[in-house]
Design a protein around this ligand. Sequence first.
Ligand code: PLP
Length: 399
Amino acid sequence: MKINENFLNLKDSYLFATVGKKTTAYKTAHPDRDVIRLSIGDVTLPLAPVVIDAMHRAVDEMSRKETFKGYGPDQYCYGYESLLTSIKDSYRRKGVSLESSEIFISDGAKSDCGNILDIFSADNTVLVPDPVYPVYVDTNIMAGRRIIFADANEQNGFLPMPDKKVKADIIYICSPNNPTGAAYSKAQLKEWVDYALANKAVILYDAAYEYFVDDDSLARSIYQIEGAKECAIELCSYSKTAGFTGVRCGYTVVPQALLRGGVSLNKLWARRQSTKFNGVSYVTQMGAAAVFTEEGERQIKENLAYYRRNAHMISDCLNELGIWYTGGKNSPYIWMKCPNGYDSWAFFDYLLEEANVVGTPGSGFGANGEGFFRLTAFGSEENTREACRRIKNLLINRN
Ligand code: PLP
């Protein structure tokens, strides 16, 4: 018996554990201080009432013999028609037309980010941006793939563009981005699509934060870009869009037009899913189906507006301080340059000790994150306002 030795190449993930440990140690030493966490990557507002009503109705259906549901319909890998229809409608509103057979319901984007790699050879070279959502790197290390990095930095606004000299087979793009909050314009994404088509590569496009986009020049789906259906798979999630982080539901789009070596990737993914996955619960799918109804969209937009106001508060604070940052506009994340030459962890300690505010050190997301710091808009309005007041006080007085 041999283990998968690729796992031994994974780096321990210290980032959030160390943030938690340092925060707890500070709170224990200073129980009188009110520490505010602007490091939260999880949503904090409850599910929208339409979602709750739909889930209650689905539970009631499960309680009666006549309406009880077992395994989901296997025609579309256990996705219910009402959910697939609402997803197709939401894409239509973005100018994209999809077929039910192109949409695969999942328990969230994180699982599919890892699972989708089953359909690709371990020989492929993978291109990921640095800094990056760590799942893209770790899932490829587990499979023993060669990883190369695209430098995201202050010069390119943390939006690296394709380099024709670099040959990659699988390309990760996350827009709006976690951790940097930066979002590609449609024109920039067109360059990535052209690069992928020229290299016969496949883009794995993570659209987990697409609902935060409120600027028409930015893409909400890679399929808004001509040619993308021939080179891209899109991973989406109800987590940040509709507060489903604890409910668990997402979807992956694999277009019928996406072929490599004459083989349909849609067929490979359907085969993979029907072999290794038995679908998402009926109650969850009915809750998700309510999200993209007219009333559902109205209600989730209220929650998004709340997070957006927090993001604007943080951006305004950094604008006043003259601190460089990305995000905050079409994203719940604000990626700031550490002031006064602090490195990421030194700034973390400084902010915790002097302002009692917790953020996430950028260096934890990759080498290019050193000297940067991530703040998030998922906290409460009161805490965000108070944290901004403290940050301003600290940095105006000490600069
Ligand atoms: N992709 C990105 C970029 C994320 O930041 C997250 C969650 O934080 C996910 C995917 C995972 O989302 P889900 O909750 O659907 O698994």
